[in-house]
Design a protein around this ligand. Structure first.
Ligand SMILES: [Ca+2]
Length: 279
């Protein structure tokens, strides 16, 4: 109770001072009256996870894009000469359908919008568009800068480029609609990688990190972290980082994997224990 009483006293004193300092109406207001301090951002909770299921994953898949649609995984794999777009059976990890890109392209994020699949490239500045049913290319768009992650909210494509910026794009023209800057406690969050739109949030892998950021699509603020450290993946090379989040909207299942990982995990979140948090 002591600090509450003290806080009340401080607030009361401040109110008295404001009243005591009242000035004639002709005078300009004191500068601090027009520039209230910004509201402090609340602490950002960190969630952990529980493994619900473990599935096989192709160790030759350098995962750059992952989505779940209508019972199947769709995966985009990177590296020059090894880039591909795949339809994958969840239970077995078997590749049911594959489109291999010419060796000059390094594929990145991918997302399904309507009956199309959009697939980014890293530094080629091209987004390929395919039919969902048979991976036949039907269009391509050019963009400036790098392509990293891709998802969509049912209205716009949502793209990362390795920086702290996320760009919303018109799926018809690929034109920029708006951008957000991703921040946590006032600092930019860079290296935003693979993306997934989950229940009104943008989830983003952070390159070379086991942390997933849960981002407010309007403000760019990180609302929560998911700490994925400790997933049982052996023989991970230095570039075999966590990358790839997919969401089964119908059954509310979350899947994660990484580059060249032998496993793909279905996970559930474990809420942080707030009982020891500061008042
Ligand atoms: Ca994804």
């Amino acid at each position: 109770m002591g600090w509450v009483a003290g806080l009340t006293a401080v607030l009361g004193l401040h109110a008295c001072q404001t009243a005591g300092n009242s000035v004639p109406s002709q005078a300009p207001p004191p500068p601090q009256a027009t520039t209230p301090p910004p509201a402090p951002e609340p602490d950002i909770p960190t969630y952990r996870y529980r493994i619900v299921n473990t599935f096989p994953h192709d160790r030759n898949a350098f995962t750059q894009g992952l989505e779940f649609y209508n019972g199947y995984l769709y995966e985009s794999t990177g590296q020059y000469g090894r880039s591909s777009l795949r339809k994958v059976e969840l239970r077995t990890g078997r590749v049911l359908q594959i489109h291999r890109l010419p060796r000059e392209y390094f594929a990145e994020g991918a997302t399904i919008f309507g009956d199309r699949i959009y697939q980014l490239t890293w530094q080629n500045g091209i987004c390929f568009v395919y039919t969902l049913s048979n991976f036949r290319q039907v269009a391509q768009f050019r963009y400036d800068g790098e392509g990293w992650g891709l998802t969509n909210d049912g209205k716009h494509l949502i793209m990362s480029d390795g920086s702290e910026t996320i760009t919303f794009r018109d799926p018809e023209t690929f034109a920029e609609v708006r951008k957000i800057t991703v921040r946590a406690l006032g600092r930019p969050v860079k290296n935003l990688n693979e993306l997934e739109y989950i229940e009104g949030e943008i989830w983003a892998n952070i390159w070379h990190s086991d942390m997933i950021a849960r981002i407010d699509p309007q403000t760019g603020l990180v609302k929560a972290w998911v700490d994925m450290e400790g997933l049982p993946v052996t023989d991970r090379g230095i570039e075999d980082v966590l990358n790839g989040i997919a969401y089964d909207r119908q059954n509310k299942r979350i899947f994660v994997t990484g580059k060249n990982w032998s496993k793909l995990f279905e996970i559930e979140l474990v809420a942080p224990d707030r009982s020891f948090s500061k008042p």
